[in-house]
Design a binder for this molecule. Structure first.
Ligand SMILES: O=P(O)(O)O[C@H]1[C@H](O)[C@@H](O)[C@H](O)[C@H](O)[C@@H]1O
Ligand SMILES: [Mg+2]
Ligand SMILES: [Mg+2]
Length: 262
């Protein structure tokens, strides 16, 4: 496939991703009003609902019909035991409901996140805010957008003039809580203008991409939380780094314990 052919192809995939994200977002909008059947995964605070599973099934089946040769990595498929295998094949990396705890409580910070990688490089990301319909998109080399308007990260470099976003994640053991609270104390003593936890890593990362906050950090994020957002952050002029401060240049999925096919 020539460069211009693949360029056209991934552009078409992005259009389909936007269509599917909106469709899935509408299902979430309806589901949030219904009675929810809530269960837990890795810890008592790692919630999952039937809606998470149904929305992921809707996204993957729609995309698989359109692109039968593509591969899929989904949060709930992974929870059901499917291995996350990243190869050079076109791969969709999906978080059907990001902010499940918020969804359960009808707290209005819930998103559908669809990332897309080829040759282990992230090509584009789509994040749809299920409550207010805001759509964040970005394609490698083509900029990042919020509802079609170009977005850019904040220019602020001084932590004492920064608003920082983070998430605790699902672990609540004492060691994790000590690290988490210790980091917040350090930031508040900097003193950062503020630290915020909104309960959706993808929407938090989109707020960084729009310049509404200076940084986001979290230990233990999954690839489906960050795949789409990484493209949006980079195309908005930001960087994605690992805990040692090194740039995560390849697709984070290959970075995070994803067994590469032998
Ligand atoms: O499970 P979902 O898809 O809701 O994603 C959330 C993660 O589970 C949290 O660990 C993480 O802290 C973030 O809240 C992230 O949005
Ligand atoms: Mg998530
Ligand atoms: Mg999720």
């Amino acid at each position: 496939m020539t460069n211009s052919d693949s360029d056209k192809c991934w552009a078409e995939c992005l259009d389909v991703a936007v269509e599917v994200a909106r469709k899935a977002g509408k299902v979430v909008q309806e589901a949030v009003k219904q009675e929810k059947s809530v269960s837990t995964k890795s810890t008592p605070t790692d919630l999952v609902t039937e809606a998470d599973q149904q929305v992921e099934e809707l996204i993957i089946s729609t995309l698989r019909d359109r692109f039968p040769s593509h591969r899929f990595i989904g949060e709930e498929s992974s929870a059901a035991g499917e291995k996350c295998i990243l190869t050079d094949s076109p791969t969709w990396i999906i978080d059907p409901i990001d902010g499940t705890c918020n969804f359960v409580h009808s707290f209005p910070m819930v998103a559908v996140s669809i990332g897309f990688a080829v040759n282990k490089e992230l090509e584009f990301g789509v994040i749809y805010h299920c409550f207010d319909g805001t759509l964040y998109t970005a394609r490698k080399g083509h900029g990042a957008f919020c509802n079609g308007v170009r977005i850019h990260v904040s220019k602020e470099k001084d932590v004492s003039k920064a608003l920082i976003l983070t998430e605790i994640g699902a672990k609540r053991d004492q060691a994790t809580l000590n690290i988490f609270s210790g980091n917040i104390m350090k930031l508040l003593s900097a003193p950062a203008h503020g630290v915020r936890i909104i309960g959706s890593s993808t929407l938090a990362l989109c707020l960084v991409a729009t310049g509404s906050a200076e940084a986001y950090y979290q230990y233990g994020l999954h690839c489906w939380d960050i795949a789409a957002a990484a493209v949006i952050i980079r195309e908005a002029g930001g960087v994605v780094v690992d805990t040692s401060g090194c740039l995560v240049s390849k697709c984070p999925v290959s970075y995070w314990l994803v067994q590469e096919e032998a």
